[in-house]
Structure formats: C-alpha cells, structure tokens
Design a protein around this ligand. Structure first.
Ligand code: AMP
Ligand code: MG
Length: 407
C-alpha cells in the first residue's frame, strides 16, 4: 500500500488518478452513439472522396484554352446531372452542360458558371468570360484520399467527425465502452425528496453527480443513501465493488465522528492512495482502487463534490473513454476584483466570466461557501489560484477553467 501522504498537491493527485485510469475495452458502436466518445484505433480512409473531379457550380464544363478569348461560342454535346456519368469526351470547340457535383467529362479542365453564359440554342452556348484551368472544379480526393488516416486513435468524435465516418461508408466504429459509474450518498441526515422530513436534508449530491457522470459519457447508477454506520456503508460498498469501473461516494470523508467512509472503503477491499488534496473547495478527497475499479470519496458539500468531480473524476472518465485530451484546457483571463488567500491550498473560485475589450474578465460569485449550492449556480468558470499565490490585484492575470455544465 502506497504511503498515505497527509495532503497532496492538486497536480500530483491528478497524476495518480490518471495513472490508475485506462481506456476501457473497445466495442463496435453505431456512429450516432459515438458522439462525445473517442476513437479506439486510427481510422484509415477506405475510399477517396470525391471519387472523381466534379463541378462546384451549375454551368458548362469547358476546355479553358477554348474560352481564353471569350466571348466565344461552343457546341453543347450533352448535359451531365449529379448522379450521372459523362458519356462523351470534349473535343476542341465543345462543352457539356454540367450540374453541381456531377463528374467532369474527359477533356474538360474548368467550369464556367451558368451566370457567365448565354444559351443560344439547343446545341450552342455563348461563354461570356474566360476562366483559368481548374476553375470551379473540385479535384478528386480533395476531401479524403483512400489509405490516409482520417481520425487518429484517441480523437474525440463530434457531429462533423460522425459525418466524415458516414461519408466513408461506415455505420459503426470501435470506441471504448462507456464507463459504469456507481454513486452512493452517505449521511444520516439525508433523505430523498419524497421522504423528506424535518431535520433531514434532501440528497441533491447523488442525482447531480449521476447527471455529471452521464454528461461525460458514463452510465451512472445511483446506489441510494447509506447511513453513517460502518455496516450500512460496508453493505452498500460491497454491492458497488462489482460491475463498476468507478465508485463515487459523497460525504463522510472529512474525518468527523460520523465519517465512516474511510474504514468502509478499506473493508470493501479498496487500496487507498490518498485522502486529502490541497484544494479549496474539496479538501477531503479520497482516492483508491480495487482491481480496475476506481474509488473516489468525494466531499459532501454540494459545491465541493461538483468541483471535485470536475477536477478529478471527469478526467478519469475521459481517460476510460479513450480520449487523448482528458484535461479541460484553461484560458487566460483577468480578475475583476482583488483576490487574497493564504498560501497552501489551490483555490478554485466560482466565477462568471465575460469577454470585454479582448479580455476574458472573471467576477467571483458573491457567495463562495462550499456548503451552498448557490456558490456554484451561474458559474461559467473556476478561477484557479495556485497554492503559493496569496494575492492577485484587480485586473491581474488568472487562469480560468471553463465549466460546460450549462451547455
Ligand atoms: P460530510 O462530508 O458528510 O460531513 O458532509 C458535508 C455536508 O454536505 C453536510 O452538511 C451534509 O449534510 C452535506 N451533504 C453530504 N452529502 C450530501 C448530498 N448527497 N446531498 C446534499 N448535501 C449533502
Ligand atoms: Mg456526512
């Protein structure tokens, strides 16, 4: 068992978590269900697109040499519609009427758009302007060439990538399967909304974390609420230990008299790596594993649990999903107000940021109490204040971690 350090730096905690998380086995998946996931392998193009030179305009396919001295009259030998193949090659003085997307006839090297022509008769057209070679011609293979790498392993699949896959004739591709995530609330004070009685607090943490996990692409299962007793927790966690890739517990990790999660995780056979991370909010944060299953003991305060999820669980789930990019890229911004804090913890201040005069200005939300969910509502970014920093002047440069929870 690795030594339990008292409090890890945020970077080291993340490194250990990512060291323990690995892409899950790949499964062939219908393309529509791969959006938000990542390629399990390099994907090699199996066809050239477009398969032939084709017209980018409705107009006339010509030999550019023939129209160099426009206006000039050409003989129209056929009309080529999209979806048809040309039947004739162009001889000098000839052209073919052509529609957007239709293959270019042999002999033609340019297209004159309809608007630059005047049809004189069934068989004759006047070309009003000259065009250079390759004008309005989309070259064969301009989009994709057979054999090239279309999407590298680990690249994220969005709507455009799905369209590319479909354009290649694929209906399914291999992506790592979705992580199965269990969520367990803990606390004698918690109840569901249906059974809420006086003295009780509604469990908002487990539905919120289940939602956050699902939005990362995981399959979330809520295991309910365990009581603050070693037996209740052990019972719930023994269920959780099997069949899940990650188990998230909420609350009970801060070391209070009723904080049994630590003992229960050990009882469930999880080898714990660390218990505390030097961050605010969310300092109590336990991490360990049992086999390939990752255990996260998240803090109970609603804002702390969401921030911890964003900083630590999301990257782990993205790694399991096979994404090459697991961390959210941070942005350079400026703080609207002075920030002061003691050295020692990295602070993640919930803020609303707006672009103004070319800078992203972040304003901390009025309440920063980690127990108040309102200290997160409306936040667009977390202002990241490094552990050693004690003061940032108003207008000073800060790193901003964007939150995507509203999209
Ligand atoms: P704990 O870490 O268990 O001491 O919890 C810290 C605070 O978060 C307490 O006020 C709890 O009532 C609250 N809390 C814990 N779990 C949840 C939850 N699932 N939903 C809402 N609040 C919670
Ligand atoms: Mg508790």
């Amino acid at each position: 068992m690795p030594a339990l350090r008292s409090m890890l730096a945020v970077e080291e905690a993340l490194e250990r978590i990512l060291g323990a998380a690995a892409p899950l086995p790949a499964e062939a998946t219908p393309i529509a269900d791969t959006v938000g996931r990542a390629m399990a392998d390099d994907l090699i193009a199996q066809r050239t697109v477009p398969p032939w030179d084709n017209s980018a305009m409705d107009g006339y396919a010509v030999r550019s040499a023939d129209v160099a001295k426009a206006p000039v009259r050409l003989r129209v030998i056929e009309t080529i519609y999209a979806g048809q193949l040309p039947t004739r090659a162009l001889a000098p003085g000839e052209c073919s009427q052509i529609m957007t997307g239709a293959p270019m006839p042999r002999g033609a090297d340019a297209v004159v758009m309809q608007e630059r022509t005047e049809r004189r008769s069934e068989t004759e057209v006047e070309i009003l302007e000259s065009v250079g070679a390759q004008s309005f011609v989309r070259a064969r293979g301009e989009d994709v060439r057979e054999g090239e790498t279309l999407l590298p392993k680990g690249s994220a699949i969005g709507v455009a990538e799905a369209a590319l896959l479909w354009s290649q004739g694929f209906t399914a591709v291999n992506v790592p399967r979705r992580p199965r995530v269990a969520i367990l609330a803990t606390g004698d004070e918690l109840s569901t909304a249906e059974t809420a009685a006086s003295g009780k607090i509604i469990d908002s943490g487990s539905p919120a974390l289940a939602l956050a996990a699902a939005r990362c692409g995981a399959i979330a299962t809520r295991l309910g609420i365990a009581q603050d007793s070693a037996e209740s927790l052990a019972r719930a966690l023994s269920t959780a230990a099997s069949g899940f890739d990650a188990v998230l517990t909420i609350g009970g990790v801060s070391g209070g008299a009723h904080d049994f999660v630590r003992a229960a995780l050990a009882e469930a056979g999880a080898t714990m790596d660390f218990w505390k991370v030097a961050i605010k909010p969310g300092k109590p944060l336990a991490f360990g594993r049992r086999g390939a299953t990752l255990f996260f003991g998240l803090p109970g305060n609603p804002t702390s649990s969401l921030v911890s999820f964003e900083l630590f669980v999301r990257p782990a789930l993205r790694r399991m999903l096979g994404h090459a990019q697991v961390l959210t890229p941070r942005m350079d911004g400026r703080t609207e107000v002075e920030i002061r804090k003691p050295a020692g913890l990295t602070h993640f201040i919930r803020a609303q940021a707006h672009w103004r005069d070319g800078d992203l200005w972040a304003k901390p939300l009025e309440t920063q109490s980690s127990g108040a969910i309102r200290s997160m509502v409306g936040a667009t970014h977390l202002i990241v204040v490094p552990s050693a920093t004690t003061q940032v002047a108003a207008g000073g440069a800060v790193a901003l971690h964007p939150l995507s929870w509203k999209e």
